[in-house]
Design a binder for this molecule. Structure first.
Ligand SMILES: O=S(=O)(O)CCCN1CCN(CCO[C@@H]2O[C@H](CO)[C@@H](O)[C@H](O)[C@H]2O)CC1
Length: 480
């Protein structure tokens, strides 16, 4: 299209990373061990290239270079995560690591002196190992530990940090307790395990939110959310059973997280409660795998977000029944891909931009015009400097976002590119690259180099308008 597509005035553009993926200094200056240190050291076979985050991008020492890159991008904010075990080496607040506090204060001050807003993710998967030894997120006591950790963060950084994301991607965290794909802590719990993990995560998130309400909000005036991984789903065929499968998948992956927080009733989605009660009974279990919230817990969680953070990458096609890959076994559905769409270096990531507009409209229909921040969106390749596929991806997804805002009236107030720079991509190690900046992991200096997509993103960030000279034609989904 040749029409100029401008985002609303004041639209917030930024870039994101996470502590374990970029910092390195895994055991430096008093940092404690976390579950990704444990996994990559004791089970390197879980990682595609056997690699780890011991050094990663070495941002613990090179954070000033990272801020320079954000400045060059014209980023309004930087979404980074704080390593729980760098602040609290044992996970408990009996020992607060001064060097950890100092590192994040230095990073925050460097950002603020460059007019870049710090946006802090409190937990991005790197749980202190001692807390995993208690059972990790399957143990509801972690909600208490998370509230204590939140108190330390609000007290030390809340005067300068006005944007908080409590927990990154609850439905990805459960993978480490329920799927044998190698995500930390890589413990296979019985089927009930993933539901205990989500139960604790929702309580932990809400406890941090209410703590902020009670002790900090009046003085610090910040905003808090969580970041939900929301990949869209399309029915594989237009059969009734495939369309029902999509609705069931949406309720049992996204409703699982958002219904307790954003629905008028709170609590888990009725469809999910009924489906699991029937399924567990049929399979001979005494009770449903889904734990129950008390009435006060329903109230504690309901409304516990000032905005909604959405991480979106791709769309899956869903058919009923279990006949292959699925991210929601209990929904009895299978997720397939359509080879007519381009696939990134990450096999799970297909370029289907219409999915972003559709999921935003689904949220509006389900929960109303919530203020939404896209907290992650990006494309992976093998580290090419001339990353035209990444530009094509951003161009298409930003057009889809623009249409959701301007044609569907969705209340999206910002967008975060994943990621500022190439980094440790979890079980894919360094074999898949999401960065706007290339990082040379064979260079002890971890040299950062601008990729071509920086030209596209920096022009977007600075003009608030989708650059036209990069325009490619939309995929067929958007045309339908
Ligand atoms: O192939 S499978 O589907 O069986 C599992 C593969 C592992 N998935 C990949 C996608 N990730 C959600 C996105 O994960 C997010 O997106 C980024 C890119 O992945 C990460 O770097 C960020 O840390 C994370 O917030 C969850 C873990």
């Amino acid at each position: 299209m040749t029409t100029r597509r401008k985002f609303p005035a004041g639209f917030l553009f930024g870039a994101a990373t996470s502590s374990y993926q970029i910092e390195g200094a895994w055991n430096e200056d008093g940092k404690g061990e976390n579950i990704w240190d444990t996994l990559t050291h004791s089970q390197p076979e879980c990682i595609k290239d056997g690699e780890n985050g011991d050094i990663a991008c070495d941002s613990y020492h090179l954070y000033k270079q990272d801020v320079r890159m954000l400045k060059e991008l014209g980023a309004r904010f930087y979404r980074f995560s704080i390593s729980w075990s760098r602040i609290l080496p044992t996970g408990y607040t009996n020992e607060i690591n001064k060097s950890g506090i100092e590192y994040y204060n230095n990073l925050i001050d460097e950002l603020l002196s460059n007019n870049i807003e710090p946006m802090v993710t409190m937990f991005h998967w790197d749980l202190p190992q001692p807390l995993q030894n208690l059972g990790g997120w399957t143990n509801s006591v972690i909600a208490d530990r998370f509230e204590d950790y939140a108190y330390v963060l609000f007290s030390h950084f809340g005067d300068k940090v006005k944007w908080w994301v409590t927990i990154n991607e609850p439905t990805s965290i459960i993978m480490g307790y329920s799927m044998s794909i190698g995500m930390a802590p890589n413990v296979m719990t019985p089927d009930q395990g993933q539901y205990l993990v989500m139960h604790t995560i929702l309580l932990a998130h809400a406890r941090a939110y209410r703590l902020y309400d009670r002790n900090f909000r009046e003085k610090q005036k910040g905003k808090i959310s969580l970041a939900h991984s929301f990949n869209w789903f399309e029915p594989k065929t237009d059969s009734e059973e495939d369309r029902l499968s999509v609705e069931r998948t949406l309720q049992m992956t996204t409703g699982w997280v958002l219904h307790p927080i954003f629905s008028s009733t709170g609590d888990y989605p009725p469809l999910m409660k009924n489906w699991l009660r029937e399924k567990c009974k049929k399979e001979g279990y005494k009770t449903s795998h889904l734990p129950e919230f008390t009435a006060e817990e329903v109230e504690l969680i309901k409304g516990s977000c000032d905005f909604l953070g959405i991480n979106h990458y791709t769309t899956f096609f869903v058919k009923s029944g279990l006949s292959g890959f699925t991210l929601c076994k209990d929904a009895e559905i299978t997720m397939v891909q359509d080879e007519s769409f381009k696939t990134a270096a990450s096999m799970w990531l297909q370029v289907i931009p219409s999915g972003l507009r559709k999921l935003l409209s689904w949220i509006s229909k389900e929960y109303g015009k919530l203020p939404i921040l896209i907290t992650e969106n990006g494309y992976s390749d093998h580290g090419e400097i001339n990353d035209t596929d990444r530009i094509d991806y951003f161009n298409k997804y930003l057009n889809s976002l623009w249409e959701a805002i301007n044609e569907d009236g969705c209340n999206v107030f910002g967008y975060t590119a994943w990621s500022l720079m190439d980094n440790f991509e979890w079980i894919s190690g360094y074999t898949e690259k999401f960065g706007l900046y290339h990082v040379d992991f064979s260079d002890p200096e971890r040299k950062r180099t601008q990729k071509r997509s920086v030209k596209f993103i920096s022009q977007l960030f600075k003009t608030n308008e989708i650059p036209l000279q990069f325009t490619y034609y939309y995929d067929i989904m958007a045309a339908q």
